[in-house]
Design a protein around this ligand. Structure first.
Ligand code: FES
Length: 68
């Protein structure tokens, strides 16, 4: 699932960033080598990092709905 459509950042990339020590949205973008654009992904990305759901577990339905 794409978390950031502007930069084609998916859940796997967010997970790898978190595993690499990223604890913020800017850390995820830095890990991906991308720059934020519209910001629509910020709430979902923040929630994913904060909830610790950046692992192999399915993304909670509420997050998917929020991203759509
Ligand atoms: S969706 Fe992430 S910057 Fe636009």
């Amino acid at each position: 699932m794409y978390v950031c459509v502007c930069n084609a950042i998916n859940c796997k990339t967010v997970r790898k960033a978190a595993e690499g020590g990223a604890k913020s949205i800017s850390g995820v973008f830095k890990h991906a080598g991308k720059q934020p654009q519209c910001g629509r992904c910020f709430p979902t990305m923040r929630e994913m990092i904060g909830a610790g759901c950046c692992n192999d577990e399915p993304v909670p339905a509420g997050l998917i709905a929020a991203a759509e």
